[in-house]
Ligand binder design. Structure first.
Ligand code: PLP
Length: 393
């Protein structure tokens, strides 16, 4: 018997535990400090009414002989796929066939599981800084990854620049940097991937925060994407489903490699290893995409966006370099006085009692930056920004 020794190559994720440790230490020494936590990547507003009602109704159905649902289709019920297809038409003018949409328990699982359909010898490219799941899932499978550096110069939205690869991970709007690719930039990526016969794994978990018309909400808005891209999306940030769990993955009909349909392979993978999302959750998700549901979830997104706007105004006033905030719940900014990420984390905690997430925890290129999130109350956000202005002006 042998274990998968690749697990020994996974970097220790001490980022959030170290943030928690430093915070604990600070609070023990300063029990009355009015700490505001702006490092959290979890939503804080409750589920919308339409979703809750739909879930209750589904629970009642399940308690009747006629309404009971056992195993459902592994790839999701048509009622939810139809709602998602209509959402794509509405928000992106993208038309998807129902067999191209796969419902899951969230984007994170699918982003990891998709690797089942790719050979181990592929070259994988991620942007740095990066959502750690892309790196760790490949490390588990024994693949090493190539990092595409990003920086102030490229606005944390790196372009291919001739990098060789078979699988490219793109996340737009990005976690952690909040940067988002324009239509022209994504077109360049799509053309590049097609020219190499490579695949783009496109993570659009934050698409609902996009406001600029020039920033695509789906990669399929770009001509040529259907032959090179798989898109992952989630109701976590769109509709507060971080605890309820529902996401979807799009694998177009046109995606063929080595003579095989990737969609057929993904269907085979899912029907073998996954048994679908619960009926209750799929009904709750469907309710988010009704006219009423969309109005309700939009209200929550607008709430976070108002927080993000307060943060942008503050950093504009301070003259600090930042990305995100406009099409994203994340603001990624340069630490003042050339402090490194952890030094500034401590300084901000000590002087302003505000907690952020050190950028260096997301990759080498994150050193010297900090991430704040808009997932807080408006009052806390305003208060935190007032403190930052007072201290660092
Ligand atoms: N992708 C990105 C970029 C994320 O930031 C997150 C969550 O923080 C996810 C995917 C995970 O989404 P889900 O909650 O649907 O698993």
């Amino acid at each position: 018997m042998h274990i998968n020794t690749n697990y020994q190559n996974i970097a220790e994720t001490y980022l959030f535990s170290e943030v928690a440790r430093r915070l604990r230490e600070f609070q023990a020494a300063n029990p009355d400090a009015p700490v505001i936590k702006m490092g959290i990547g979890d939503v804080t507003r409750p589920l919308c009414k339409s979703s809750v009602e739909a879930m209750k109704k589904a629970a009642d159905e399940m308690g009747t002989a006629e309404g009971f649902h056992g195993y459902g289709p592994e790839q999701g019920y048509d009622f939810l796929k139809e709602a998602i297809a209509a959402y794509y038409v509405k928000t992106s003018s993208v038309k998807l066939a129902l067999n191209e949409i796969f419902i899951s328990d969230g984007a994170k699982s699918d982003i990891g599981n998709i690797l089942d359909i790719f050979g181990d010898d592929n070259t994988v490219v991620v942007t740095d800084p990066v959502y750690p799941v892309y790196v760790d899932t490949n490390t588990m499978a024994g693949r090493s990854v190539t990092y595409l550096p990003s920086s102030e110069e490229n606005g944390f939205a790196p372009m291919p620049n001739g990098v060789k690869g078979d699988i490219f991970y793109l996340c737009s709007p990005n976690n952690p940097t909040g940067s988002a690719y324009t239509r022209a930039q994504l077109k360049e990526w799509v053309d590049y991937a097609n020219s190499l016969d490579a695949i783009i794994l496109f993570d659009s978990a934050y698409e609902s925060f996009i406001e600029d018309k020039d920033i695509p909400r789906s990669i399929y808005e770009i001509e040529g994407a259907r032959t090179c891209a798989i898109e992952f999306c989630s109701l976590s940030k769109t509709a507060g489903f971080t605890g309820t769990r529902c996401g979807y993955t799009v694998v177009p009909d046109d995606l063929v490699r080595d003579g095989q349909s990737l969609q057929k392979m993904w269907l085979r993978r899912q029907t073998t290893k996954f048994n679908g999302v619960s009926y209750l959750v799929q009904r709750a998700a469907e309710a988010c995409f009704t006219e009423q549901g969309l109005a309700e979830i939009t209200e929550n997104i607008q709430y976070y966006k108002r927080n993000a706007a307060v943060m942008c105004t503050t950093f504009d006033e301070l003259g600090w370099f930042y990305t995100g905030g406009h099409n994203s719940p994340y603001i990624w900014f340069k630490c003042p006085d050339n402090m490194d990420s952890w030094t500034f984390f401590d300084d901000l905690l000590k002087k302003a009692n505000v907690v952020g997430t050190p950028g260096c925890g997301f990759g080498k290129c994150g050193e010297g930056f900090l991430r704040l999130t808009a997932f807080n109350t408006y009052e806390n956000t305003v208060e935190a920004m007032e403190r930052i202005k007072k201290i660092y002006k």
